[in-house]
Design a protein around this ligand. Structure first.
Ligand code: FEO
Length: 384
């Protein structure tokens, strides 16, 4: 498949994967992208996940048209992209593997028996001449691993962006980019906002017409939209005005209060209200929504003088991803010693620039007139 006259898509779609990275549900599968640059010298940009070696090599061979590659550029060693370095080298042993010091360190950790005869180590800002195309390597540590580098080709104005601008979902399924790109971003790269900001600054100096990520579609139009989304997400600014209500309930009392609050927020004209059951809804979707909206309500039962494990995991997932710049409110429940609010607040103590609503709701098992009024007050405050 042509990206430009010289650049071809040779990636694969994975519809067998149950959990991407062992933790993210991917109902529409996953794409492992790989590209071929045909010039006087030929470069392959990354491989694909181990199970897809045969299909990938067939794609590569078809586009090579009888020629042989000179280079395999390894932008990221995570096995979803490096899983076929050895299959590649078995077929093209003369090709040089291009990476940085950390790339080769990780390759030897993941594939101790892999013998790359030719290694070409590049530096940040280094280049590789192919002919009409010159590859410019820009190191992008922690987007998403320390060895990551992205590659810019000025000839066709293409940025090979590694995991950046990627999304969940195979390429043979049509779906909204923002939703699955946002879930992917906050799930996988969310912790590394500062590093993504650095990469965006470097990218701003480049004339880019096409972004070729390692997951998700090749982006050719409306690049300003994708860059704006990445800028918003990586600077931890809320994207949408609205409230996300996340609840963890046992016998339904907490759930009822969370649902009443959502209903009252909508009735009062709050622009957007989302609600999720942390025990049943996809946790990565919940993390995505917490980062998307500017207000978050956490509603949990007290459990063994703590909170329910799903709420603990959720708050941990937010805090370790640098959750900040949001307004927070609490609903707690406890039949004899409610302390969920204290625990939840404590877990967020290290997060920057959170403001906490003055109102909160404390249930003792189920809602009554008093707690219904408290929900109403909280809705009022969150809508102001
Ligand atoms: Fe798609 Fe970080 O690997």
């Amino acid at each position: 498949m042509f990206i430009t006259n010289d650049i071809r898509y040779i990636g694969v779609n994975d519809h067998q994967v149950d959990l991407f990275e062992g933790q993210y549900v991917v109902p529409n599968g996953m794409a492992y992208n790989s590209y071929l640059i045909l010039d006087e010298k030929i470069a392959v940009m990354d491989t694909v996940e181990a199970h897809f070696g045969e299909e990938w090599l067939a794609n590569l061979e078809r586009e090579l048209g009888g020629r042989r590659p000179d280079y395999l550029v390894v932008q990221h060693v995570e096995p979803d992209h490096s899983g076929n370095i050895s299959t590649f080298l078995a077929k093209y042993p003369e090709a040089a593997v291009v990476g940085n010091t950390k790339t080769f360190g990780f390759i030897s950790q993941f594939y101790p028996s892999l013998a790359a005869q030719n290694r070409l180590e590049v530096k940040d800002g280094g280049t590789l001449e192919l002919g009409r195309h010159t590859l410019n390597f820009v190191f992008a540590p922690m987007v998403h691993w320390p060895e990551v580098m992205v590659t810019y080709d000025a000839a066709d104005k293409v940025l090979f962006s590694a995991d950046g601008f990627g999304k969940f979902g195979a390429l043979d399924v049509e779906e909204d980019w923002d939703c699955e790109a946002r879930r992917y971003y906050f799930g996988i790269v969310g912790k590394y906002g500062a590093q993504v900001q650095r990469l965006l600054k470097a990218a701003a100096a480049l004339d880019i017409s096409i972004i070729c990520p390692l997951h998700g579609p090749v982006l050719k139009e409306n690049l300003a939209h994708y860059i704006k989304q990445y800028d918003t997400w990586s600077s931890y600014r809320p994207e949408t005005e609205g409230v996300f209500v996340a609840y963890a309930s046992i016998y339904g009392g907490t759930k009822a209060a969370a649902e009443l609050l959502a209903e009252r927020l909508k009735a009062k004209g709050c622009p957007k209200v989302a609600i999720s059951d942390l025990a049943r809804d996809d946790w990565a979707e919940c993390v995505e929504d917490a980062f998307r909206y500017d207000r978050l309500v956490l509603a949990s039962m007290t459990y063994n003088a703590d909170i329910l494990p799903v709420m603990r995991h959720f708050i941990w997932a937010l805090a370790e991803r640098g959750y900040q710049n949001r307004r927070i409110a609490f609903i707690e429940n406890g039949s004899w010693a409610p302390q969920a609010k204290k625990v939840m607040e404590g877990m967020l103590a290290g997060c920057k620039n959170l403001t906490f609503a003055e109102s909160s709701v404390t249930l003792r098992s189920a809602m009554n007139d008093e707690t219904r009024e408290a929900v109403e007050r909280l809705a009022e405050e969150l809508c102001r």
